[in-house]
Design a protein around this ligand. Sequence first.
Ligand SMILES: O=C(O)CCC(=O)C(=O)O
Length: 249
Amino acid sequence: MPQQLSLWNKNLAVGSKTFPITISGEKLDLPNAEIMFYSQGIPQSDADCCFQQLATEIIWRQDSITLYQKSIALPRLTAWYGDPGKTYTYSGIEMLPTPWTPTLLAIKSQVEALAGVQFNSVLLNLYRHGRDSVAWHSDDEPELGENPTIASVSLGGTRRFCLKHRQQRHLRHHLELTHGSILLMLGCTQHYWQHQIPKTQKLVPPRINLTFRTILDFEAPFLPRRWQSQDNSLSEKPRFESFPVGSAK
Ligand SMILES: O=C(O)CCC(=O)C(=O)O
């Protein structure tokens, strides 16, 4: 059974308004994972306000990856905001940070209070419709450090979040990420679990997801061992190992 956590009260400031937040969360009962889920992390009307603000102020980009010498557009739009110099690279895509907006800073301060860590960057995904998705991956880029804390905020249409254990393939779980929900992934979770947002044939409203992260200043010799091969060169990150080529949008 999920573990019920204590209530948490704060004020969320968006623009000139502040909103009270009350959060009740649960810890997912999964081995080798520390995942907290707050289904009503941000109250409905506040989440509506955040969605509207972000939908108008975020500068979205359409990135592509190269697979089998073909350029394939990612099936979603993305954006990277953060402190100066906090660059993020995944699947060969380098993202330079756009400066924080007041809305992003307001949400950041709330998730920091919830997670108990300071974040210096956020990856945003815009799922325009049910054909947008993110493939199986772990958030385990070297610049996130060994045991990253990731705080994921969902706004807009509900989408299914699937988890699978990297070694024990029969271990799977899913939950519905609803408007205003917050998911925290902590500790060793990224070592053992992959996650995805699959495509759906249902008619779903657009969804904005924000994953707050802490980019470390690191030197290559100190990268986690799993990112180094025997000759000490970097191994390719397996983020798109199961990327469905035919269905990429
Ligand atoms: O949209 C989501 O909830 C997940 C996003 C995600 O996994 C990522 O950006 O790494």
